[in-house]
Design a protein around this ligand. Sequence first.
Ligand code: NAP
Length: 243
Amino acid sequence: MKILILGGTEEARALADALHGMGHEVLTSLAGRTSEPLMPKGELRIGGFGGGDGLGNFILTEGFQRLVDATHPYAVQIAENAVKAAELSGVRLVRLVRPPWTEPQYAFWHHVQNSEEAAAGLPPGARVMLTVGHTDLDVFLERDDCSFVVRSIEPPQHELPPHAQSLISRPPFFVGAETELLKRELITHLIAKNSGGVQTEAKLLAAQTLRIAVVMIARPELPPANEVMTVGRAIAALRLNER
Ligand code: NAP
């Protein structure tokens, strides 16, 4: 069967590997934000489709029979495009989204709805570890009464102001090193998205050990879709034995 996976996550890669191993024709699509992405098995294409209509037309022209949205839980636009494209093309859509982290007992999580609320809630003088990629960086950097360590996989697109420093590194991260980093940088607040998964979870455990406040930005609401949380369930939900 011909399957299009909208990727950019560890789960997307695992699903592509599994489906390829089962003998299906898999194409993984990436937005192209990461310069050296880890390669899934099967074919790869990079770059947008031109909205939901563009994606729907691509599916029809290329003869795909299934669509998987395995993008990041905070990638709202592509999730909306996937729903629209599935309606337009009539192919079965499965959304694979990993489960969110849950707040451990005795942790200090402040739950906020968005970056604006996260930035506004920081006390003056806070020393902040920012782990939200490049999203809404400016919203945080406007707080020049705080200082920031901006950790990301790719370097920031603009030079950072004096109250912020860039730290480029790539997951997986481990508890020992994360604890050292938070201590060394004298971090008082950790700002994170609720991405879920094991690759970036260590910062939360480190923050908990050090009694550092975690500001957790809630997941955005995505349009309704057939949603599953594991690769195995995604394979089942694709109903690959049906036409
Ligand atoms: P977004 O705002 O939902 O999407 C913006 C546009 O990027 C889409 O309209 C689409 O362009 C293109 N696009 C996104 N994902 C694509 C894919 N897998 N293949 C082809 N085109 C794609 O997405 P985003 O937040 O910028 O995230 C981009 C990618 O990075 C996603 O694949 C996501 O899984 C990954 N990522 C995002 C985050 C995050 O926090 N947002 C974190 C880690 C990884 P067209 O309309 O032209 O098709």
